[in-house]
Design a protein around this ligand. Structure first.
Ligand code: ADP
Ligand code: MG
Length: 212
């Protein structure tokens, strides 16, 4: 059944689906980072999402925001690397922005993404076009902000599509941040690994909300 609002335990279940999807995608993420970086992104994300599963499984959370904060903390403490800190911040800052709201709707989706991506950009220093996870996060955030009046199931699917388009657009960018920047023009034609992760996370969230 497709949902238009999520409780804290729905958000927990959604993030457990996300964790399984990222763990299953480890080889894809490894290949993406091997092409442009050092190849550890798949392992790092799988380790982070294993920690997320341990932090969330069979626990009750007082609000959706607290679930995302727990996700961020688990990623931050287990992953290491650039993406551990950045994905950790994304979920922690995003979760904090939700306060004690009991429901997660398209309004909270936009707040989660806006506060998360702003924190990632402030701390990591990447801007749109630098060929990083930001290039999937910014279009996803802008789409969420356009769709705060839409039901969550519609908004989150379009947000996931925007993240996938951002991932695809990153193929045509020249890396100017992170390890890939030393490749210069040779970074063209491949997507950024972090953007691939963002697209997988967003698609998994949309599938959960759609009841798929
Ligand atoms: P590391 O770069 O330490 O090996 P990972 O391989 O796990 O870490 O993650 C690499 C991804 O992290 C990149 O594909 C990119 O999306 C993201 N990333 C790296 N540095 C930054 C940054 N300064 N700002 C935003 N994202 C970044
Ligand atoms: Mg790497």
């Amino acid at each position: 059944m497709s949902k238009t609002t999520l409780t804290a335990s729905d958000v927990r279940d959604m993030m457990l689906v996300v964790a399984d999807r990222i763990i299953a995608a480890e080889p894809i993420l490894t290949d993406a980072d091997r092409a442009l970086g050092d190849g550890d992104h798949g392992l790092g994300m799988a380790r982070g999402m294993t920690a997320v599963k341990e932090a969330l499984a069979e626990k009750e959370f007082p609000s959706p925001g607290k679930v995302f904060i727990a996700v961020g903390a688990a990623m931050m403490s287990s992953m290491g690397g650039a993406s551990g800190a950045l994905f950790g911040m994304l979920f922690r800052a995003g979760g904090k922005a939700l306060g004690d709201h009991q429901s997660f709707t398209s309004v909270e989706l936009a707040a989660l993404l806006r506060n998360g991506v702003d924190q990632v950009m402030a701390k990591g220093g990447a801007k749109p076009g630098d060929k990083t996870m930001v290039d999937a996060l910014v279009p996803a955030t802008e789409k969420a902000e356009e769709l705060t009046d839409a039901p969550l199931n519609e908004a989150i699917r379009q947000v996931a599509n925007a993240a996938a388009e951002g991932r695809d657009a990153s193929e045509q960018m020249i890396a100017t941040m992170g390890r890939a920047k030393t490749l210069g023009n040779n970074s063209l034609g491949k997507p950024d690994a972090g953007a691939v992760s963002v697209a997988i996370i967003a698609a998994a969230m949309a599938d959960y909300v759609a009841g798929e």
